[in-house]
Ligand binder design. Structure first.
Ligand code: FAD
Length: 397
């Protein structure tokens, strides 16, 4: 089996490399991570994210895998993955769920009019998107949502109720919203999928702080929030199936591998050059073995992510495989960040702001941040359920 990229893909990778290497030099003072939540947590990080997002939009890089006739670049999922990998490795933000999740719904289920309305806005980088899915009593079993309801009133749906854990709701211009619109139908068949701007009366966003005090997610409350009926993607009450179109692509996201790989590469360089008490950690067998194990697993994860992208490039719907990438990846992020923290010893838990912090505190942040990745987008247990059911075709219950 030949895992190498085609010459065209290699040339594209080179183009991304040159651009993102340059952008990395323009990052704000103290910038040390591309982890997605960081952008929402700090004003200067958000500014950088917005500036880069618009630049990526101008270059056509937010719409790489969309068909050319719909404003995309006509590439496949592999090219999209190369882009995500190089971008994240250089710790450059600028990407949100809009181009992947919202666009997947519009591309697959949107009307011609909706494609004309939403795709250019998403591709330009002028809009930023959050995902209004989870509710206080519905996370893993998302199809059971009941807290956010929609009732048709003339030409508008009127939305009431609550979402929770909505990443970026305090910053984003638009939301992908799921609401219960038919409480009498079976749970998967009474949900509607809306795309809507956030600057509409009847919405209140309240912060929830992470364990490290970062503000990336929120509670969102709706009271008489109106969405025109033309903003439904797919049909009313069929929103579950629109949502599923975007989830696989989110779960195979390779950018997380690249973020962790970058931290890991810097750790390797660091311990080659620095020691404590006259001895380098690089000489200690247990450290060497831990690092070797990380290296093996990072490479397996990356190859697996590319393999799944290659299936998706051929139009295959592979939820079992996508879930296994998510499962392996998120757990490995946690594992690598813990290895980094341990190896840095007493310096490991110091924050970026401390003068004694090593590697700009990247592992301190990663350790606290990455745990959430095993929950976001579906927990590890839920991914295993999907693999058992859809990957191994075991009975659903
Ligand atoms: C960093 C982060 C960002 C997030 N961003 C967003 C966002 O932008 N938008 C959004 O809508 N949501 C977001 N979420 C919410 C996320 O999608 C949910 O937290 C997740 O789906 C789990 O749901 P829950 O919190 O309700 O936990 P629950 O579903 O209550 O799960 C609790 C525990 O039970 C286990 N469990 C549940 N069901 C099963 C089962 N059938 N079999 C075995 N075990 C099971 C779970 O694995 C978990 O350990 C985010 C979460 C995090 C951590």
């Amino acid at each position: 089996m030949d895992f190498s990229l085609t010459p065209e893909q290699e040339a594209l990778r080179q183009e991304f490399e040159e651009y993102f290497t340059e952008k990395e030099k323009q990052a704000p003072e103290g910038w040390f991570t591309a982890k997605v939540d960081y952008c929402y947590e700090h004003d200067e990080a958000w500014e950088f994210h917005r500036t880069i997002g618009k630049e990526l939009g101008k270059k056509g890089w937010l719409s790489l895998p969309w068909p050319k006739e719909l404003g995309g670049q006509g590439f496949g999922q592999i090219e999209q993955m190369i882009f995500q990998e190089v971008r994240a490795y250089h710790r450059i933000p600028g990407f949100d769920p809009g181009p992947v999740v919202a666009a997947a719904g519009v591309l697959e289920r949107g009307t011609d009019e909706q494609k004309k309305k939403w795709l250019p806005l998403i591709a330009s980088g002028e809009s930023t998107w959050c995902e209004g899915w989870s509710e206080p009593d519905s996370g893993s079993d998302l199809a059971s949502i009941t807290a956010t309801t929609g009732v048709l009133d003339g030409d508008d749906w009127v939305i009431s109720g609550q979402k929770v854990w909505t990443t970026g709701a305090h910053r984003c211009s638009h939301i992908i919203l799921l609401a219960r619109t038919d409480p009498t139908a079976p749970k998967h068949k009474g949900i509607t999928y809306f795309l809507t701007p956030m600057d509409v009366p009847g919405i209140e966003v309240r912060p929830i702080l992470r364990m490290y005090r970062g503000h990336s997610f929120n509670e969102v409350f709706f009271d008489g929030f109106r969405i025109p009926k033309e903003n439904i993607i797919g049909e009313a009450n069929q929103g579950w199936y629109v949502l599923m179109a975007g989830m696989d692509f989110e779960r195979t996201g390779v950018s997380f591998v690249a973020e962790t790989r970058r931290d890991f590469d810097e750790l390797i360089e660091f311990i080659k050059e620095h020691g404590y008490d006259g001895r380098s950690p690089a000489e200690i067998a247990v450290v060497r073995h831990k690092l070797a194990q990380c290296q093996i697993e990072l490479e397996i994860w990356r190859q697996w992510a590319y393999y799944v992208a290659s299936l998706q490039s051929k139009g295959a719907h592979v939820p079992g495989e996508a879930s296994s990438v998510k499962r392996v990846g998120s757990e490995l992020m946690v594992g690598v960040s813990q290895v980094g923290l341990e190896i840095l010893g007493m310096y490991g838990p110091l924050q970026n702001s401390s003068k004694w912090a090593r590697l700009r505190g990247a592992f301190e942040y990663a350790c606290q941040h990455d745990l959430g990745m095993t929950i976001a987008g579906g927990t590890t247990e839920v991914q295993k359920n999907i693999i058992a059911w859809m990957g191994l075709e075991l009975p659903r219950k």
